[in-house]
Ligand binder design. Structure first.
Ligand SMILES: [Zn+2]
Length: 303
């Protein structure tokens, strides 16, 4: 067995881990580096492995820093199978199409800027909408939580609810090698208990090796009630002073939670009534989440 890290080391984005066992090459996530223009270079650099050699890509969840380089992986030769929960695939489609449009806009902007400086260079996007649509064809089996899936002979994957966003999972890989069993857990991003929309994360089984996110280091999250007090106070104070409240937020999950707690705050009289507007893209995400929710038992991760 061999494990390599091709992202999310020395920083917290661009998750991409390569696990090799029994002659199979398995990627866990293939995320985009995010965090300013300096990351553009990181994204366009070679992966550090040949995408054509990869047999499987297991996706923990649909945040861009975990799925955002999938179209690039396919563009560079990946022909394996992408395995995820059904909800992750549905959300990844939205996230990746949005990302492709942003990549195209960014490339157009850079080309225009270059031509203004008298240069005739055309900047190519990292990937475009066509690359992205192509990549959807490689999504294969979808998995249910806690249901082991034999992905190749001697290699089993079990997805466990990570309680982070809709469809998110930690992944346990079990390898039976010469009569010996080895197990490794990839935590993915982890949520916490008592969230508004998502079920609590499930406890993982005992494993030999754990590869886990440490985005927040050893800091503990504040509990929900003090956080909400702080949130409602900040909004009320700003409105009392005649100001406007602008909340930059991740479009997927965080925006939905914010809207949920703003509505709660209004209903409980802790916030004044006022108009909430969001950018178009989060609204699409919200509609998607709600439509997924309506499908009921198909996505058991929802409360
Ligand atoms: Zn995440």
């Amino acid at each position: 067995m061999k494990l390599e890290f091709h992202g999310a080391d020395q920083n917290v984005t661009g998750s991409c881990h390569l696990f090799e066992a029994l002659g199979k090459k398995i990627l866990i996530d293939c995320g985009l580096y995010q965090g300013g223009r300096e990351m553009d270079e990181e994204n366009s650099e070679p992966f550090g492995f040949d995408p054509a050699d990869i047999d499987y890509l297991l996706l923990t969840h649909a945040h861009l820093d975990h799925c955002g380089r999938i179209p690039l992986l396919v563009k560079r030769g990946f022909t394996g199978e992408i395995i995820s929960t059904a909800a992750s695939f549905e959300l990844a489609r939205l996230v990746l199409m949005d990302s492709a449009k942003l990549q195209e806009d960014e490339a157009r902007y850079k080309s225009k800027k270059a031509s203004r400086h008298g240069k005739k260079e055309t900047v190519e996007p990292l990937y475009d909408v066509v690359d992205t649509l192509n990549s959807f064809g490689y999504f294969g089996r979808s998995v249910q939580y806690k249901t082991p899936l034999t992905i190749a002979e001697g290699i089993q994957a079990t997805f466990i609810n990570a309680g982070h966003i809709l469809g998110s999972a930690s992944i346990v890989l079990e390898v039976a090698d010469n009569g010996k069993k080895h197990s490794i857990l990839f935590s993915g991003d982890l949520g916490y208990d008592d969230r508004a929309i998502i079920r609590n994360p499930s406890a993982p089984p005992h494993v030999d090796i754990v590869v886990m996110e440490t985005t927040y280091g050893d800091r503990n999250h504040k509990t929900l009630n003090p956080t909400l007090d702080e949130f409602y106070t900040a909004i009320s104070k700003t409105i009392d002073q005649g100001g406007n409240v602008i909340i930059p937020s991740f479009a997927l999950e965080r925006a939905q939670e914010l809207l949920y707690f703003i509505r709660e705050g209004i209903e409980q009289g802790r916030l004044p009534h006022y108009l909430v507007t969001t950018e178009k893209q989060p609204i699409q995400m919200i509609n998607k989440e709600l439509s997924i929710k309506k499908q009921g038992t198909k996505h058991p991760e929802i409360v």
